[in-house]
Design a protein around this ligand. Structure first.
Ligand SMILES: [Zn+2]
Length: 106
């Protein structure tokens, strides 16, 4: 059982709202043998999240991809590894907030 809301159709960014698409069998466009949980597509400004995941993993993935978008929208040039760490940190923090809030019944 989860009280997490459904994945929204768009999320905030300072450069404008970003559409969120849930898709079947999400793969890396540059390497189609690689399955992905999520992806931020800067050229089209779309976040895709694989449809097969449960709501918790989908939210964590969405937060991760949203932070990639924020780094790009704010022209924060960081290495790939640093971007992945920052996005992972942000997503974990946001999920931690959810669980705190749910635990307290708010
Ligand atoms: Zn990433």
């Amino acid at each position: 059982m989860s009280r997490l809301p459904r994945i929204p159709r768009r999320v905030y960014s300072s450069a404008g709202p970003i559409p969120v698409e849930r898709v079947e069998d999400l793969r890396d466009p540059e390497n189609p043998t690689k399955q992905l949980f999520g992806i931020w597509l800067p050229d089209t400004r779309i976040i895709r999240v694989d449809r097969s995941m449960g709501v918790e993993t989908a939210w964590q993935t969405l937060f991760h991809e949203q932070f990639h978008a924020w780094l790009d929208d704010n022209e924060l040039a960081v290495s790939h590894n640093m971007a992945e760490r920052l996005c992972g940190l942000y997503a974990s923090g946001r999920m931690g907030e959810w669980w705190e809030r749910l635990r307290k019944g708010r």
